[in-house]
Ligand binder design. Sequence first.
Ligand code: FE2
Length: 285
Amino acid sequence: MSLRIEKLSEHLAAEVSGIDLASPIPEDAFAALKHAFYRHSVLVFHDQDIDEDQQISFSKRFGPLEPTMVNDPSGGGGWINHLSNIDEEGNIIPPADPRMLYNKGNSLWHSDSSYKEVPSRGALLYAVEVPPEGGGTEYASMKAAYAALPEEKKKNLEGLVAEHSLLHSRNKIAPGLMDRKFQQEVPPVKQTLVREIPETGEKTFFVGAHASHVIDWPIGKGRDLLEELMEWATQPRFVYKHAWKPRDLVMWDNRCSLHRGRPWDAANHRRIMRRTTLLGDGPTV
Ligand SMILES: [Fe+2]
């Protein structure tokens, strides 16, 4: 096995080649992968022929997985989120169906599971079927964005805590998407605004669509700050855009990057993806 890792953009994302994720990966190659993951935040693998069990076993080598939410229509409590516009009978789900509206929340810049007390460490997304155009995923480096902030601004962010809530982000798409039972499964949580990543000692700020407001600040003032940081982090210079091919696997560090799904002609084209999610190390506050 000759592993190659090549950068895809200045601040994040690298393509990994010379590896077959369906076969056992030797310890030294896996150590190199892990190192690349923490360094580049996003890793892209092409032409991987893996089934659900192989995706789960590869994901687990990076640490324990986070189970999907029982009330999430794409998860149902299992290890895989099935992000798809195809129903059980193989038909395209109309874009206005609540299941599609719920998934539309992924079109907002976010970090997966930041609305959970223990936010996700990372995620792995595998492309089963992709549309002929559109439906890409964009990634933004919160690590590079934090590093580029003026020192004065960094100082002002120290010690701040934000409330993150899935209800907050889903209400931006369509109020009423989450029933009471679902809301009770994921009550709002607190997350520190500035995080230090243990593996590298680097700092990032932790924002995204689920971040609602800053604790102990007037709501409007906190929202303005979160909005300003999101805009800063998602400037084109910090972004890598991934155009999916079937059998691509992309994994990303949710602590160091934001991502969003881009639209496609969902009424006419199939898109079937499956995601596994890495459990975080613990609460951030
Ligand atoms: Fe996501």
